[in-house]
Design a protein around this ligand. Sequence first.
Ligand code: SFD
Ligand code: AMP
Length: 625
Amino acid sequence: MDANFETIEVTTDVLILGGGMAATGAAVEAAYWAKKNNQTVALVDKAAMDRSGAVAMGLSAINQYLGLDREKNTIEQYVDYVRRDLMGVTREDLVYNIARHVDGSVHLFEKWGLPIWKDADGHYVNEGRWQIMINGESYKILVSEAAKNALGTDNIYERVFITEPLFENGKIAGAIGFSTRENKLYVFRAKAVICAMGGAVHVFRPRSTGEGLGRSWYPPFNTGSSAFFTLKAGAEMTCQEVRFVPIRFKDGYGPVGAWFLLFKAKATNAFGENYFVTNGGELKKYAPYGTGKPIPACLRNHLGMLDLFAGKGPIYMHTAEAIQAIADGESDPKIRKKKLKELENEAWEDFLDMTISQALLWAAQNIEPDKKKSEIAPCEPYFIGSHSGASGAWVSGPEDLAPKDYFWGYDHMTTVKGLFAAGDASGASSHKFSSGSHAEGRIVGKAAVKYAMENKDEVALSDATLKAAKEAAVAPLKLWEEHQALSSDPNVNPNFLKPRDFMFRLQKIMDEYAGGVSMQFTTSKFLLERGMELMVMLQEDSEKLAAEDLHELSRSWENVHRMWQAEAHLRTLLYREETRWPGYYYRSDFTEMDEKNWKCFVNCTFNTEKKEWEMVKREILSIVD
Ligand code: SFD
Ligand code: AMP
């Protein structure tokens, strides 16, 4: 591979990084305000927007919809739901801001052609209180098309992998990346940058290893680029300990929401005991969060894990019983038969719309969901600010809602001037899902244009900064070229290591020391400190990552990005001395929830001048009773 790269320079007012749910929302809104105000907007995605990110396969539900026009719910009720689900630790101003805009995004999706289930009266069909059902196989194509129409394809750079932020004196200046298809480096200069490059998968060793490697619930293409980008630019980060461990259909990773909420299925241990009932007494320990309804996601996990760890697995989702119970509601045998068929179709479609491999696995294992129960299990941890985890950048709230300490000028801007974050990239505002991420994208799209108009001076970049970023971007290719002749095996060489092996080492550290699946999600000060020692060695070796081609260059950078997410996690796990989210992780040395000392945010910053990490506690300021 020739490491001589042509450099393409792109200058724009607003730069959107990512092409997922948040980025497509940002594109639509930023394009609107930019046009009115003579500003320019460009978007960069490492993949092809039509099928990039978490919604690549489609979805079968929209998990955040309030129904404000029919007064079905209030915004305050949503804030309360999210606050309890995250055991009291949430930025209410951010959750409120997204909730008041989310229905607007859903109405746009419908206008753009998304089929949303309707009942006989023409109202959306709810899966649960906040979730509505869709036929969403083409969901991503629709939102991507709207973004393309708004921006114009000339302003969209697909298959360009963003490696690093460009910044100077606490202000963002742009980003650098490389084409995943051609020998081209891209230098993007911008006044405002929106970071929306998703969450992080494969930081922990997955359950799917060997022939199953690559299968995960959240997409393997979400590799910690958002966390890396914001950290490396010097932004304050929040909730880096709040990873998400989803319960999923075992090995295919099919989501459980439709089964619990729409089909009202029950889950039991292998002895037929419903762990929500038999272990329900445990919830009192986590009052006031555990004693409310619904039970927070981490505690739902916890109740099941108690049985799993006691050897009472497998845990089963009783799909057949649930389908039968709904059909039994029909007294006419003919209608009952028709209903059964309909439910069987819906069961398959749920996965065909969103997690196709789960449907394939059912077929491969001779599982007919209307006839046979299925195993469910807790997955490896994920970093995802948009679902039931909370990790991400610490961003400013909106002026009309945010307490003084949570407001620094522009909606959802990080602590770095001009750098915004949305979707998985912004923290402490969980339960956005696809719709809320899009809505948050729209919020930052508007705010970023405003910032660019009010901060007209281009941030000057030194030649030294640019040169270093360019060299770093392609360094793994150079290392390969220099040393590959020494060995007959392209993957074994005393002078370098390949991204795949690097990833395995990272995953082993995280799994065994930071409470992964093999450790039953349990860790302690001693394990974390040893994990940090090994992480330092891994960091040293990251200088030796080598790439044979552009594909491996992406893989190399993805693993550097994951490594930073991992370090932020280790440090924050270590700092918080309690177990607040059992079912996500357990500290064996601090087994209880400690409201007095730890009902707070734990934030961390990588000080870019001193090259040191700083940890800080931040107060939780409530805006909803
Ligand atoms: O059932 C770079 N999600 C669900 N949301 C719902 O509303 N309903 C559901 O039913 C959901 N379920 C679900 C969900 C996700 C998945 C994978 C499954 C099931 C199987 C969650 C949402 O999808 C999620 O909340 C949003 O998509 C988050 O949006 P955002 O924008 O934060 O992330 P993204 O969409 O993954 O986009 C990331 C983009 O960044 C790009 N990218 N670009 C350039 N350079 C780099 N270095 C980059 N790194 C990444 C990506 O290509 C992508 O475009 S259920 O399980 O709950
Ligand atoms: P999931 O498919 O697990 O990602 O869940 C989709 C949505 O349903 C999310 O909003 C979950 O919080 C919610 N959910 C899933 N299972 C339950 C449950 N047993 N009780 C309440 N809410 C649930």
